[in-house]
Write a protein that binds this ligand. Structure first.
Ligand SMILES: [Zn+2]
Length: 172
């Protein structure tokens, strides 16, 4: 498998899922390190050659996959030897981790600084609930205090996990 592309990591799944889809992920999972032909990749992942090529060119456009060509002097046949740029994958995943961390930290700050109230249909800040006299017209129920400790804890946990993963990427 391609070294840094841990397809069981949710961030990797999200990012590469958008880029190459499920089929592409399946193909990536089966790629060993080193040079390989598209034919071999297709066999390893039990996929159609045309699908493999499509995925490879998307990865090429994203500077993740590279290739060199080799021409057979007798047949004139050209073989494409594909390989993967782990430095670029690392850089890319580092950026993904940073974006994710920024988002998570912003959310955490928001949760830490606010006091929240909840009805049947939404969660709002204390100030807004007070303004509505703790009554939601939309679902016709009371706004009641919402304890966000669990939410804060889970955000803190996600931040720690993402930081850990980011460090791991750097080291590899
Ligand atoms: Zn409501």
């Amino acid at each position: 498998m391609v070294i840094v592309l841990e397809t069981d990591n949710p961030l990797v799944r999200e990012y590469f899922g958008k880029m190459i889809g499920k089929e592409g992920m399946k193909i990536m999972e089966n790629i060993p390190a080193g040079e390989i032909t598209d034919d071999e990749i297709a066999k390893l992942s039990d996929s159609k050659l045309t699908t493999v090529r499509k995925v490879l060119y998307v990865l090429y456009d994203n500077r993740i996959a590279e290739y060199r060509t080799e021409r057979d002097d007798n047949t004139g046949w050209i073989t494409y030897w594909w390989s993967f740029n782990n430095e670029n994958i690392k850089k890319m995943m580092g950026e993904v981790a940073d974006v994710k961390l920024n988002g998570l930290r912003e959310k955490l700050e928001y949760e830490r600084n606010g006091e929240f109230y909840r009805c049947q249909c939404q969660r709002i800040l204390f100030e807004d609930a007070a303004e509505k006299e703790f009554w939601c017209d939309e679902c016709e129920s009371n706004f009641e205090y919402f304890d966000n400790k669990k939410l804060i804890k889970s955000l803190e946990k996600k931040i720690k996990e993402t930081e850990k993963w980011k460090k791991k990427i750097r080291k590899e």
